[in-house]
Design a protein around this ligand. Structure first.
Ligand code: PMP
Length: 437
């Protein structure tokens, strides 16, 4: 802390009041005060490139979102037991982005609450309790969802009715001795479906009835595995055959992020039974949702009342509506596809000269970049963390994900531009050179 300027040091120390579970990014924490698009400024006026924040989905402080929420805040904000056009208009609009089967939506404030509700809905519908997640999944911080989040580490108690299946790791998994990358989507999907069957068989041995697979179609906290397109179809078919439902956790891949479709599941060509989202919905206002097929929702909704004080309030709905309007008007999906492809190609282009980059994969503006010991697939978290810190010194903010924390997670606001890619590439090349990688 000695190297920190007095103001940063004071703020860092004052954070102790928040308790030790709160973790800051970076050895030298960043104190941000303003944002615009994919750029951020700290308290000294230093400009940073944001290659991390999916919450500011349409860009930091987008003027249309700011205007919409300010206008609504100036007329009314109240809880959700009165009629209000904002919530109904948005409900219809967001459902219009989904397949017809998904025809009901309920609002909450966080992704955790949305997943928590979805699991309860799935359990009421199936009469089961068992939930399957992937080995490094993160689904939330409530009691229920933290027990379904192995990414929280070994100190977190996992649910007794939860079963884990392996991460669909196309970089490391071998199927019958063949690397996953050489398998067809059907073969890779059949392998994963087999893991689901095995997990359900284990539940049954313990007297647990299967309720749901809770999974994100880009497997973000697992380490970003969006391909090969089509591999989730056999998995979801198996889930249905076994009497369960699929809860698509769209907190990460949804809202045009993958560039191919509004929803991550759309890219995979499959229709979920329940869909959850949160982070990117309202550009930073706490807003989340659970969408459902009406027949799946029915057993829960007709017997248990649901009240969420802030979920779907007029201000959050005004912000969410503005985000959706901006996504359409500014074609964030097209931008994610176009700039994402340029970005991924540029990062891949460094692989030959820098053997510490083992794999580059992703969809749209969601890229995972594996940092490994050269010539091997051995994860190198220490180097990944050095890269993060050095990128920070080049005023580039990003993070890591995956079991070993060695995968750079490149996930900027959806308005990331080609010149932003250039800034990142200059800083990344310089970082690799400085670290002698
Ligand atoms: N699901 C996924 C896939 C997430 O990434 C997160 C947040 N990182 C959540 C759920 C939980 O969302 P929240 O923090 O809004 O509760």
């Amino acid at each position: 802390a000695a190297a920190l300027d007095p103001r940063t040091r004071a703020l860092t120390e004052e954070r102790e009041v928040l308790g030790p579970a709160y973790r800051l990014f970076y050895r030298k924490p960043v104190h941000l005060v303003t944002g615009r698009g994919s750029h951020l400024w700290d308290a000294d006026g230093v400009e940073y490139l944001d290659v991390y924040n999916n919450v500011a989905s349409v860009g930091h402080c987008h003027p249309r979102v700011v205007e919409a929420l300010s206008k609504q805040a100036a007329s009314l904000n109240t809880h959700t037991r009165y009629l209000h056009e904002n919530v109904l208009r948005y409900a219809e609009d967001i459902l219009s982005t989904m397949p017809d089967e998904l025809d009901r939506v309920m609002f909450q404030c966080t992704g955790s609450e949305a997943n928590d509700l979805a699991v309860r809905v799935a359990q009421a519908y199936t009469g089961g309790e068992g939930v399957i997640v992937t080995a490094e999944a993160y689904h939330g911080n409530s009691d229920l969802t933290s027990k379904l989040s192995p990414a929280l580490g070994t100190a977190q108690t996992l649910g007794l009715t939860m079963r884990m299946i392996p991460t669909p790791d196309t970089y490391r998994v071998a199927i019958d001795g063949r690397p996953a990358a050489a398998c067809s989507p059907e073969e890779f999907g059949a392998w994963m479906a087999g893991e689901v069957r095995r997990a359900v068989a284990d539940m049954e041995r313990h007297g647990i009835r299967f309720a749901a697979l809770l999974a994100d179609s880009i497997f973000s906290s697992d380490g970003v595995y969006p391909d090969p397109v089509g591999y989730l179809k056999p998995v979801i078919d198996a889930v249905h055959e076994l009497g369960g439902v699929w809860i698509a956790d769209e907190v990460q891949p949804g809202f045009t992020r993958t560039g191919d479709s509004f929803w991550g599941f759309g890219r995979q060509g499959i229709v979920p039974d329940l869909v959850t989202s949160g982070k990117p919905m309202a550009n930073g206002l706490p807003t989340s949702m659970m969408a459902a097929r009406h027949e799946v929702l029915e057993p829960f909704a007709s017997s248990i009342p649901y009240f969420n004080t802030f979920g779907g309030n007029p201000v959050c709905m005004a912000a969410a509506q503005a985000v959706l309007d901006v996504m359409r008007d500014e074609d964030t999906m097209g931008n994610a596809k176009r700039v994402g492809a340029i970005f991924r190609q540029a990062v891949s282009g460094l692989m030959d000269a820098h053997p510490c980059i083992g794999d580059v994969r992703g969809a749209g503006l969601y890229i995972g970049c594996e940092i490994v010991k050269p010539g091997t697939k051995e994860p190198d978290q220490a180097t990944a963390l050095d890269i993060l810190e050095t990128l920070r010194s080049h005023r580039i903010l990003t993070s890591v994900c995956g079991r070993y924390g060695n995968i750079l997670k490149l996930r900027p606001p959806l308005v990331f531009s080609e010149s932003d890619v250039d800034w990142f590439m200059d800083g990344f090349s310089a970082t690799l050179k400085e670290l002698g990688l």
